[in-house]
Design a protein around this ligand. Sequence first.
Ligand SMILES: [Zn+2]
Length: 186
Amino acid sequence: MSVKKAQRLVQEIGASLEDYARIEAQLIAESCSPPTPRDIFWRAANEMIVVGAQQNNWRLVSMAYGKMAFTLFEEDQPHYQLAKESKRASIMGYMESRAAAKRPLDGKVLRILANACCEECEHFHLREYTFDEALEQAPLPPAACSRGWCNCCWDNARSKPVQMAQEKLARNPFRVDLLEPKKKSY
Ligand SMILES: [Zn+2]
């Protein structure tokens, strides 16, 4: 991973170039060998996960886990667990925003959008879940996903029409349209 890429990733997860420099200095102080740009990004992402969880900022947590997972995916390393954490944080984010808006937390409030991910994930498309079911079953990303990087995401089950949800999907930072399914890596 280049310095440029690591710095971009650090900014994408909500940290700054000052954070990048601070973490680099910390890692140098901790060990004699200089850290790689990837080491710096990794530390920054872990920091963000802690800070995000403390502040109930689950979007931040989901983003940090998601970028770590995607890095592993690009490196052809197993990324399933981190992708799972990213999706879990996304559920927490929906829960938190409903709670903040004083809206009821019961009922089938979440649904899955498979976003034409793969044949296996299509089975989950528009399936609705309560928060408890979503957290307990943690269906995303489906273990059977054959696309390599799963395009499925959580959505508000009450948001209509589906077209709106599709626009939202287009803004999904983890959506990878041009990527050909390369292999089953889960
Ligand atoms: Zn899939």
